[in-house]
Design a protein around this ligand. Structure first.
Ligand SMILES: O=C(O)CCC(=O)C(=O)O
Ligand SMILES: [Fe+2]
Length: 338
């Protein structure tokens, strides 16, 4: 793709050929509305006041039916979230000014420009940064130090995400009737992956992220007030509503295994928009690398036999190339941090 050195790769009036997916891979029916919507769960539900502690049933039901839900009144301060979004926006704005193509991978984080992203021979309409987050004190200095507030702001965000994710996993634990604290020592907010999806001249030809499942226990996603995320439900792509007060939570493959497929890890993707820029922050709450993942014993019986064999998480990641082209880089980064 030819570009003017001063313009960014997406400032175009047409979609370059190497960004156009084949007919089968293109998003279809972008304008068709669907009747489903991903459940929005209020974590300060008044039920909590009458002794039920948390809206556990709602989370379980959403995890069984959709594999996705949104949480509001989640307790993460608005300022912490807004600061994280603005520092990431600054980061992406800086990257694209003078650089076209591949930026060398630095120790501790991976920045991928759009021209570097090739899926099935076609570029994705996004840029991305990924870095490990656990243990926080050991990772923080490996993250970008420009913008200057990046490390401080993102660390504050991750502390809150850790608290919220532990709370959600505790509720799932209660809902599945697992031993209290089941996830406590084996779940870590291990990886942050932030995506920048600029406006696209023709969203019917492109994709921000191809359909995929997450290799996590759960993933927490902040998407501001923007649309574009879609989840597969009964053979149709369903839009996840934009709610700037909510976090999107989805069940990853590891929790699907532990629950013996009671909870579903659902395929999702991101489509682009002609007018909107989408910035998202995905945080993957993963098992620790040595953790053995298998269906919880009490969810397996003669009527419901185990659907999975036990596997160490690090082997699962390796075998399934769970983080795509960057699996080895990410595994190395996680290993050197643990
Ligand atoms: O950027 C998004 O909204 C989706 C991100 C996602 O699905 C992922 O990183 O696994
Ligand atoms: Fe995902």
């Amino acid at each position: 793709m030819k570009e003017d050195k001063h313009s960014r790769w997406f400032e175009l009036e047409y979609v370059p050929e190497d960004y156009i997916f084949s007919k089968e891979d293109r998003p279809q029916n972008l304008d068709r509305s669907v009747c489903y919507s991903v459940p929005v769960i209020d974590l300060e539900n008044p039920k909590a006041a009458i002794g039920q502690s948390q809206p556990v049933e709602e989370i379980l039901k959403a995890s069984e039916e959709f594999g996705f839900f949104q949480v509001i009144n989640h307790g993460i301060p608005e300022k912490t979230v807004n600061d994280a979004m603005s520092v990431l926006k600054e980061f992406f704005d800086m990257q694209s000014k003078d650089t076209a193509g591949i930026i060398p991978h630095k120790k501790g984080y991976i920045y991928t420009s759009s021209t570097d992203f090739v899926k099935n021979g076609v570029h994705l309409w996004r840029e991305n940064i990924k870095h490990p987050c656990h243990p926080l004190e050991e990772c923080i200095h490996l993250w970008p130090d420009n913008p200057i507030r990046y490390q401080e702001v993102i660390a504050a965000y991750l502390v809150e995400i850790q608290k919220l994710s532990s709370r959600i996993l505790e509720m799932i634990c209660e809902g599945l009737e697992l031993k209290q604290g089941y996830f406590k020592d084996k779940s870590e907010v291990q990886l942050l992956s932030s995506n920048f999806y600029p406006p696209c001249p023709d969203p019917s030809l492109t994709l921000g992220i191809l359909p995929h499942h997450d290799p996590s226990f759960i993933t927490l996603l902040y998407q501001g007030g923007s649309t574009g995320l879609q989840v597969m439900k009964d053979g149709q792509w369903v839009n996840v509503g934009a709610n700037p007060n909510a976090f999107v939570v989805n069940i990853g493959n590891q929790l699907e295994i532990i629950s013996n497929r009671k909870l579903k890890s659902i395929e999702h993707r991101v489509v682009t928009s002609t007018h909107e820029t989408r910035l998202s922050i995905a945080t993957f709450v993963n098992p620790s690398p040595d953790c053995i993942i298998e269906p919880a014993k009490h969810l397996v019986n003669d009527l419901e036999p185990s659907l999975y064999t036990a596997s160490q998480y690090k082997d699962y990641v390796h075998r399934n190339n769970a983080f795509g082209d960057y699996t080895t880089a990410i595994q190395n980064a996680l290993r050197s941090e643990s």
